[in-house]
Design a protein around this ligand. Structure first.
Ligand code: DGL
Length: 281
């Protein structure tokens, strides 16, 4: 018979961004079994309206509940910013988002904080709110970066164009003398080699992925859900093409995962928009 401690943790994102969270999970909680879902048929989330994101998140959580998860980690800032508060009380398992852990980590080290994220996360103001609730004197600038997720999902990380785009998004923040920069979208850590070339060493880079796993560990222990036996292999599911996901993921996972398709209701393609860089004060 299965104890609830032995149930998997559900992790989801629109695509490969959540693998940055998965990697932290492997390091910090190696005994936990994981189900990873990527909503690749409907990415990017970050150019969509909040009502749509909420609908997608509910569908994913209903599916996660059917997989008997003991906890869900939203490895997606956009979902955390626009849906977490609403859905948290709708399900019986704990649901964790990345924004609060990221904000807490940033205020410990910075006062002038830049956030790069999807346009939807930037417009929601979720990071500013979370940061200023902890430190009302902290200054926060948010930039929506609509081109990053498509570039990463197309595996164009080392394309010179990606570096140009990175400069365009980050320069207005560097002009404001930020001391801290938050990866406000889980995909962006995959661009770390580019950021390390562009961002001066005086600016602290904060990846909320690492801190959400610390929160998950606390919560699991508190709720008696912590697992003590060795983990089962991670099960990967996508709403789009399993092969595409498997191929691109290999570079971050170190192996080519077996990926299964899942059909969620009505798939609507989002446009991969290009917008001017705007700093939200
Ligand atoms: N990786 C997700 C996030 O953190 C979603 C990005 C997207 O699909 O636009 O926001």
């Amino acid at each position: 018979m299965n104890n609830v401690q032995d149930s998997p943790i559900g992790v989801f994102d629109s695509g490969v961004g959540g693998l940055t969270v998965l990697r932290e999970l492997y390091q910090q909680l190696p005994r936990e079994s994981i189900i990873y879902f990527a909503d690749t048929a409907r990415l990017p989330y970050g150019n969509r309206p909040g009502t749509e994101i909420l609908k997608f998140v509910r569908e994913i959580l209903i599916w996660m509940a059917q997989q008997n998860v003991k906890m869900v980690i939203m490895a997606c800032n956009t979902s955390s910013a626009l849906a977490l508060e609403t859905v948290r009380s709708e399900f019986s398992f704990p649901i964790l988002g990345v924004i609060l852990p990221g904000a807490r980590a940033a205020v410990k080290i910075g006062q002038r904080i830049g956030v790069i994220s999807t346009p939807a996360t930037a417009k929601s103001g979720a990071y500013r709110q979370a940061i200023q609730e902890i430190n009302p004197n902290a200054q926060v600038w948010q930039v929506g970066c609509p081109e990053f997720v498509p570039l990463i999902e197309q595996n164009r990380i080392y394309d010179p164009y990606t570096k140009q785009v990175t400069l365009r998004y980050v320069s207005p923040l560097l002009d404001r003398n930020i001391d801290t920069l938050i990866y406000g979208c889980t995909h962006y850590r995959h661009l770390a080699p580019i950021f390390h070339e562009i961002i001066p060493p005086t600016v602290n880079l904060v990846d909320p992925a690492s801190f959400v796993i610390q929160s998950a560990e606390k919560e699991l222990k508190l709720m008696g859900l912590y697992r003590n036996r060795s983990a089962h292999p991670t099960r990967f599911y996508v709403s789009g093409c399993p092969n595409t996901f498997s191929k691109i993921s290999q570079q971050w996972l170190g192996y080519c995962p077996v990926v299964e398709p899942v059909s969620l209701p009505k798939i609507v393609r989002s446009s991969w928009a290009r917008e001017e860089t705007e700093v939200l004060e």
